[in-house]
Design a binder for this molecule. Structure first.
Ligand code: GLN
Ligand code: ZN
Length: 755
């Protein structure tokens, strides 16, 4: 019989139960025991679902109160010494302090898990880290699952991935030195699992999807030689991309099975099968663990047939990655229409899909004829639905020519045309777009959405906010004001709600970090813009001031990156469709007299593929999408873009190729370090490096900002330097915002004198 399993299940709960329980605990409103009870309930439910679906194992070790990397550090006893915690006796309060900081210690760092929007806690290691063992939560969960009658397959973050993703503060210290300590620690854990009678242990090494250097590659074989005979069978799990580049290495590892992501990298099956080691299990990840589409089961079965012919029962079936990256349960979606809903599958439905494939492999197509027929019907409906396929959009894409992605003239010429009418002082000042989202604003938006506030009243309320924001900016003396984005809940959702081809779920939450979840829009069809989205707000804002009002849009790459994207066409094509829709908006803004327009692309860097060799192809289409959105305007219209959260050093040519007239970036937290690369690269257009951190309520003194401006002037000529905060101000309050901006203006005036 074919084994069916998943690498992991979302832990947050379909109604975000874990989030609310954890936050109540943080607020001191519930006890450790109460929180623990919520965790048990969720684990029980998720295990039952796996078993009831017909999977052969339940995944254990995927549960975490905050994050699985932090859990691994706690399990190994590899906690940062600065907290002074005993890993063996760690309580939940301390666990959360590691993740969130406490009065004495800043939190451990957090960063993105590969190319997902999940953030993990970065292990903090040094030469003295002992790995002498820690909490026994994993064993507790295993016993709990077994006591409920489940067959358990524990999952661990593998030692090489753990080390690779960790950071060490000791200068000159090579993390790989720690291998000799960490491997015995893993071995002890595996032996403990063996002693409990565990047969299979999943050991995740997603770093194998990266282009590892030879030193890291060489570390695998000796490490796994120590682990391969600890008394359990190891299923080495790889995901997020192809591992064919490391085929020889993987074949040499003493592991009993290997999991492959056949959604992201389907071709690796044919590449690896011919030399598949005798006796080794292949776990085929054919159901998409990272997206929300129902699988085309007939195609998936066909995909498995050759492997089955060669491997027989050594073929296992699974989802591509942990289902952590999928929303929990489609059944709760009571407001999606039946057709759209039939196209989707969330984590719980993916369990069924895996199980159907298992039955199809074992019993042949007849055994799952009903399920296949239903799946075929969905595939047909997606292939032909006029809700998905819009001829006009397709025709526009085909008709795109190179000049659509180019401004009429080069930057130098445009700058002249822009200076002529803008008449800005040296070091012009602006903000990134949003102003404080006060409780009044949120309540008005919510009331309007519920239907409790009439449209005219809602518009009046938002216009009042715009008047307030414009008046404050006039009083402060900002050179290029913005309308403040009061009408926007979220920079992607706001546009998705107005574009054709987008849908929204009620409970499609995915964990982003800790208790924070995001609910990405679903791009199910061809994207177009039925009517202008922002023009009236911007026109109104412009009517209130003689200064040039900056229009504010979200860019195509960011909209793509922060949505669930359709899987029936290349991401590039979807990006180009969004680009055309944004282009229409840009052109309409210009026609309405808005001639400074910012197209935000904070997620531009996030889209980079895991392998560097794939970067150029991505940067080419992502840059093109941005330029298509920006290039419908005349030379004198000034296009801004904004990026934050990222380092750009390694992609500066691509950022320059976006050819925005002005780019604003986050730099204050790095003390302008990020800007230095722009200087070395001789970035040709205008730049606004953020001069103050908007993430904290602290009002930075004039002198601090003056120092940062001076640093920026070392790198960027005064004629091309803008002054602005790091990012939007929506999370701040008005008092600190006004005080900080007043200081920013004062610093700018000082700096101008010195030029
Ligand atoms: N214009 C957006 C804002 O100011 C940009 C947000 C972002 O970069 N994440 O809120
Ligand atoms: Zn930003």
């Amino acid at each position: 019989m074919t084994v069916a399993h998943v690498l992991g299940f979302p832990r947050i709960g379909g109604q975000r139960e874990l989030k609310f329980a954890v936050e109540a605990f943080w607020r001191g409103e519930s006890s450790e025991a109460e929180l623990a009870a919520v965790g048990s309930t969720l684990r029980r439910r998720h295990w039952d679902w796996q078993k009831d679906a017909g999977l052969d194992f339940v995944a254990v070790g995927d549960f975490a109160w905050y994050d699985q990397m932090l859990n691994t550090a706690a399990l190994l006893g590899a906690l940062p010494a600065r907290f002074g915690f005993d890993a063996r006796a760690l309580n939940l309060k301390q666990y959360f302090e590691l993740a969130r900081g406490n009065a004495e210690q800043p939190a451990m760092e957090m960063t993105k898990w590969f190319d997902t929007n999940y953030h993990y806690i970065v292990p903090e290691l040094d030469a003295a880290t002992a790995f002498e063992g820690g909490v026994d939560w994993l064993f507790y969960d295993i016993d709990e699952a077994r006591s409920q009658g489940h067959k358990v397959k524990p999952a661990l973050v593998g030692p090489l991935t753990f080390l690779y993703l960790s950071k060490t503060k000791t200068a000159g210290f090579d993390k790989l030195e720690l291998l000799k300590k960490i491997i015995p620690a893993y071995r002890r854990i595996l032996e403990k699992l063996a002693a409990r009678g565990i047969e299979w242990v999943q050991i995740d090494e997603p770093v194998l999807a990266l282009e590892l250097d030879t030193v890291w590659q060489a570390a695998f074989v000796p490490a796994y030689r120590e682990l391969g005979n600890a008394g359990v069978k190891l299923l080495l799990a790889t995901y997020f991309d192809s591992v064919t580049g490391h085929a020889a290495l993987i074949n040499a590892l003493p592991v009993a099975g290997v999991h492959l992501d056949l959604v992201r990298a389907p071709a690796q099956l044919d590449a690896l099968l011919p030399a598949w080691p005798a006796e080794r299990i292949l776990s085929a990840g054919v159901i998409d663990g990272r997206n929300i589409w129902a699988a085309d089961l007939t195609t998936k079965l066909a995909q498995l047939e050759t492997a089955r012919a060669q491997l027989g029962e050594r073929l296992w079936v699974s989802a591509s990655s942990s289902l952590l990256h999928s929303p929990v349960d489609l059944d709760s979606e009571d407001r999606l229409d039946g057709e759209l809903k039939s196209w989707l599958a969330f984590a719980r439905q993916k369990l069924d899909e895996v199980a159907i494939l298992k039955r199809g492999i074992d019993g042949g197509r007849d055994a799952v004829a009903v399920e296949l027929a239903a799946s075929d019907a969905v595939a047909r409906s997606r292939a032909t639905s006029t809700r998905i396929h819009n001829r006009a959009v397709g025709a526009r894409l085909v008709a795109l020519v190179a000049s659509d992605a180019e401004r009429h003239s080069p930057y130098a010429q445009r700058a002249v045309a822009q200076r002529e009418w803008l008449k800005l002082p040296l070091l012009p000042t602006t903000t990134i777009g949003s102003f404080p989202q006060t409780q009044d604003i949120r309540s008005a938006r919510a009331a309007f959405k519920r239907g409790a506030l009439a449209e005219a009243d809602y518009v009046a309320a938002m216009q009042a906010e715009i008047r307030l924001a414009v008046a404050k900016q006039e009083a402060l003396g900002l050179d290029v004001p913005v309308h403040g984005e009061a009408e926007r809940n979220d920079m992607v959702e706001y546009f998705g709600e107005q574009l054709a081809g987008f849908a929204f779920t009620r409970f499609g939450w995915v964990q982003s970090y800790g208790s924070r979840c995001v609910k990405p829009p679903v791009i199910f069809g061809d994207v177009s813009r039925p009517k202008p989205m922002t023009v009236e707000w911007s026109r109104y804002a412009q009517s209130l001031t003689a200064k040039p009002m900056k229009g504010m849009l979200t860019g195509p790459v960011t909209i793509l990156q922060w949505s669930f994207v359709r899987d029936d066409q290349p991401r590039r094509d979807t990006a180009l469709q969004i680009a055309l829709a944004i282009r229409d908006e840009v052109v309409d803004l210009e026609a309405a007299g808005i001639k400074v327009i910012q197209i935000d692309e904070p997620a531009f860097r996030e889209g980079l593929p895991l392998k560097r060799s794939d970067w150029d192809a991505y940067l080419e289409w992502a840059g093109r999408a941005f330029r298509i959105s920006a290039s419908g305007v005349v030379d004198s219209t000034q296009i801004h873009t904004h990026m934050c959260y990222s380092e750009f050093n390694d992609i500066l040519p691509a950022i320059a190729a976006m050819d925005a007239d002005v780019i604003t970036i986050e730099t204050s937290r790095s003390d302008m370090e990020l800007l230095e690369a722009f200087g070395e690269f001789a970035y040709p257009n205008e730049i606004g490096p953020g001069v103050y951190d908007i993430h904290s309520p602290r009002v930075p003194p004039v002198a601090d900002m003056l120092r940062l401006i001076a640093k920026a002037l070392d790198v960027v000529p005064a004629e091309r330097l803008w002054i602005n905060p790091d990012c939007g101000l929506k999370t701040r309050g008005w008092p600190e915002t006004e005080a900080a901006l007043a200081n920013m203006l004062e610093a700018t005036i000082e700096a101008r004198k010195a030029i």
